[in-house]
Design a protein around this ligand. Structure first.
Ligand code: PEP
Ligand code: MN
Length: 355
């Protein structure tokens, strides 16, 4: 997908961050226009509003539907902003194109469905329009890239990605876990793709919009899509995460955009130091696996099972305590030890089962 182009929008400076703002849902002509006018006045150039809402359960507000399209047409004509909506079916695509929508976005539940993605991609054949693909609900990078690839193979060139976080079971600080390494890896694999952060759906809370926006910018994202509503407390969907245009103005004016790329001798030296340490880490890990294989041979000769639960527990407890003492987090060291242990077990499994 070498030909994915960075998204270039008419009348919009390519300056980070590109901001898309607007309500979760268009609710009425008045709410849509009132929000749009306030956002336009503070310099926002791209307006979002959901028309068809993929709610988890039936019975919730599922969007106003096509009657909202003329409201967005008014937003475009009267404020000059570009407009974007979510499309999930070929019917949505058709109606959006007819209504003069400028940018389409694919919701997280749709990205996760290859059949829907293929149908949407096919329905766009012969049309060039920027399409933003949200990450799928589940933390599966290949599924995200697969959705992008379907659009690309059908001829779309201006494809962007939106990081909106990943669903997980149980209560968490985040509404959707960010798993930052996934969008970072997406960036590594598709360096030209225009990447947006969606702090509203990651955090699910107004007070998290600012820190999550800053973090996205610090990771080099190109833009942000933020839910903003003229009366957030009364919003028909996602009320707790929407901010007023006034709050959005404050949030945006406090974002620090770090653009310089200054590789001085000092930074180069620190990086050499990191390279040396990584080098040592790999050697040590390989030596640890060699010893682990030796233990595998011992267990085989003595007819012992691989997993010795109390020994594993002893390693975890001891090393976690040591790591905390040295200023590292328990979650971090636990995930490292788990990965090492899993690989050790795999290596021993191979030895024990070899005829
Ligand atoms: C939305 O943007 O309002 C939305 C429904 O998002 P997601 O697909 O990320 O849940
Ligand atoms: Mn929403």
């Amino acid at each position: 997908m070498d030909n994915i182009l960075p998204i270039k929008l008419q009348g919009i400076e390519n300056k980070r961050p590109i901001i898309i703002a607007g309500p979760c849902s268009a609710e009425s002509e008045e709410q849509t226009l009132s929000t749009a006018y306030q956002l336009a006045q503070m310099g926002i150039k791209i307006f979002r509003a959901g028309i068809w809402k993929p709610r988890t359960k039936p019975g919730c507000f599922e969007g106003v539907g096509a009657v909202g399209l003329p409201w967005l047409r008014r937003v475009k004509e009267e404020t000059g902003m570009l407009t974007t909506i979510e499309v999930a079916t070929t019917q949505h695509v058709e109606e959006a194109l007819k209504a003069g929508i400028d940018i389409l976005w694919i919701g997280a539940r749709t990205t996760a469905s290859p059949f829907s993605m293929q149908q949407i991609a096919d329905s766009l054949k012969g049309v060039q329009i920027p399409v933003l693909v949200k990450n799928p609900v589940n933390p599966d990078l290949d599924l995200w890239i697969g959705a992008i690839e379907r659009l690309y193979n059908a001829g779309q060139q201006q494809i962007g990605a939106i990081h909106r976080g990943f669903t997980s079971y149980g209560k968490h600080l985040y509404r959707n876990l960010p798993h930052w390494h996934i969008p970072i890896e997406l960036r590594r694999r598709l360096p030209q793709i225009t990447l947006f952060g969606d702090p509203s759906h990651i955090g699910g809370r107004r007070d998290m919009v600012a820190p999550l926006s800053q973090q996205a910018m610090d990771l080099g994202y190109d833009g942000l899509i933020i839910e903003s509503h003229c009366n957030p407390d009364k919003a028909w969907s996602d009320a707790s995460q929407q901010v007023t245009p006034e709050d959005l103005k404050n949030i945006l004016s406090n974002i620090v955009v770090r653009e310089t790329c200054l590789v001085t001798e000092k930074l180069a030296e620190l990086r050499r130091h990191i390279d040396n340490l990584d080098n040592e880490l790999i050697s040590i890990l390989s030596e640890r696996m060699r010893v682990s294989r030796e233990i595998g041979h011992y267990k085989k000769e003595n007819n012992m099972p691989i997993l010795q639960a109390n020994r594993y527990d002893e390693i975890l407890t001891k090393r976690i305590a040591q790591a905390i003492e040295l200023g590292m987090s328990q979650e971090f060291i636990k995930s490292i030890l788990e990965a090492i242990h899993e690989e050790s077990v795999q290596q021993q499994v191979k030895i024990i089962n070899k005829a």
